[in-house]
Ligand binder design. Sequence first.
Ligand SMILES: Cc1cc2nc3c(=O)[nH]c(=O)nc-3n(C[C@H](O)[C@H](O)[C@H](O)COP(=O)(O)O)c2cc1C
Length: 361
Amino acid sequence: MSNETDNMRWLDHCHFLKIHKGRLIFWDYRAHSQFEIELEHLKRLIEFSNGSVPAPTSIDRAIQEAGVLIDQNVEPKWGWDWLSHIFHFGTCHPSPPEIGDVDELALKYSQSYIDFCKSLAFTEPVVEVLKGGKVIQLPPPDMSELTTASLWSTLVQRRTCRDFDGSSVLLEEVSNLLFATFGDQKSSDPTIPEGVNTYGFRRTSPVAGGLQSTEPYLWAINVAGLAPGIYHYLSMRHQIETINAGSTEHPIGTYLCNQHWANDMAFAVVMTCRFDKMWWKYPHSRAYRPMLMEIGHLSQTLNLCITALGLYPWLTGYFHDKELAALIACAPEIEHPMIVVGAGHGTGSSLSRQDRELLKK
Ligand SMILES: Cc1cc2nc3c(=O)[nH]c(=O)nc-3n(C[C@H](O)[C@H](O)[C@H](O)COP(=O)(O)O)c2cc1C
């Protein structure tokens, strides 16, 4: 015999509410479903969040059919707050794999990808954004040192340094690093059939969707041959354009949440993500994941190249977003800094001088 507790249902935890243009939207982020609801639905949803028995009403039937009720109230196991839960589960694939004849599925996949690319072809975002600053030609890239560096030695020598000595690096070195990491390698794929248009350009690192959504900004602190300031690296031309000439109001470490050792680096590269490129090709928020992974690949390439040139690298994803974005003049809500990789000479210590002094006591 069933009792009331057996018939009790709870609201699934994977949801949030959004009020938009006078409408109330219930978002089931695990299933990737959205429902416009009325206050009567909301009242019942609140009751279901505490456990309730569905009644034979149109409201309760609609809630049940939406698949947002569960039989047992189990709190999700999650170490962060809800924001990351929403992002993580909201960007997991909502459906199981498609099973069938492998050759047929391969053909179907190719056809749908080609159709998809064709559907995007006439709305492509601009590949290269020029900020309008004074353009400076960089020294021609000289890849001789990077050509002879051993990959394995470079990998094992790379270490994150937090003790720089403030000395300068040469503009030629910075130019080589920018080219090696972000420069257009101008190498096309000879196997692509004639007449097929491709988008953008190629770098030495893999990039999400072939879009090159990462933009590099050089923060010259002590570069011999270049005035201190912030510059935008024009990847397809191997030039820089001036964004912010001269010293900034505060040293770089201030913008990087007072990670003060950064002030003694010779230069840094602030890498941004161009959201407009990513959401053009991939409108679902899942694209935020590969966008960050792309920038991680580029960061590692830069870290390795810095090491191969005999300098020490440091990196951070921790900074005052609004202020750093304003400094490099990136278009609000379309482009945003995600990681900063800097370099210079120093002891190579993973601890700052201040850390070491305090630890001695
Ligand atoms: C995505 C990412 C973000 C990082 N953020 C910081 C940071 O904010 N500050 C910092 O000092 N180091 C940061 N690091 C460096 C790590 O602390 C460092 O890589 C780690 O301690 C291992 O040391 P190693 O790089 O010498 O092998 C970051 C590394 C990565 C990959």
